[in-house]
Design a protein around this ligand. Structure first.
Ligand code: HEC
Length: 169
């Protein structure tokens, strides 16, 4: 008797979970990419060598540009919410599609951050490379990409930020 009762509780819980999951699916994320103005795009502006362009496009552009390619599971809540958050937050911090609107100070600061994030293996996010094998960067690639970001810094502060930061450690 008791066994039968437990079974029906499990069944009840499963049904509730299924219903909750079903309801979650109504809360979709907005996947319309804003239009890209070519003249403001980092890659259009800086014309990096092909290998660098490829790294940036495959490892960064899904979260740091308006050219996000949404995978099929971006249709499935709650994974979709997790992705949507990363994309929104990623763009907020750094958006290569509006690179041309950054003034020199801001651009230099972001380039410096990019150099560091890539060097210290903070970016691209691990949760991204688990599902995007082609976005995984080797140590060699990281070094090259970090160097490139650094080389794009301009003005008298070039390289200065870096030293300053290293002294903090
Ligand atoms: C899966 C999405 C995702 C990918 C892919 C990704 N980022 Fe990020 N990035 C984020 C999020 C979210 C933040 C903000 C929160 C944080 O710092 O963890 C961020 C923050 C940053 C910041 C800090 C910006 C600031 O000024 O605060 C830099 C720099 C950065 N990313 C560079 C890169 C570079 C370069 C790549 C490619 C090599 C990359 N990211 C790939 C999601 C991503």
């Amino acid at each position: 008797m008791a066994k039968g009762k437990r079974k029906s509780i499990v069944k009840y819980i499963l049904i509730v979970l299924l219903v909750v999951f079903g309801i979650m699916q109504f809360f979709t994320i907005n996947k319309t990419n804003p239009k890209v103005e070519e003249a403001k795009d980092l890659i259009a502006i800086t014309t990096p060598p092909a290998d660098i362009e490829k790294m940036i496009r495959t490892a960064c552009y899904d979260c740091h540009s308006f050219e996000t390619k949404y995978p099929w599971y971006s249709n499935v809540a709650p994974v979709s919410w997790f992705l949507g958050d990363h994309i929104e937050e990623g763009r907020e911090h750094l958006n290569f599609s509006v690179w041309g609107t950054y003034d020199e100070d801001k651009a230099n600061h972001k380039l410096h951050e990019c150099e560091e994030e890539v060097e210290h293996k903070e970016m691209p996010l691990d949760s991204y490379t688990w599902t995007h094998g082609d976005a995984k960067l080797s140590d060699d690639q990281r070094e090259k990409l970090a160097e490139w970001f650094k080389s794009k810094m301009t003005g008298p502060d070039k390289g200065h930020h870096h030293e300053e930061h290293e002294h903090e450690h």
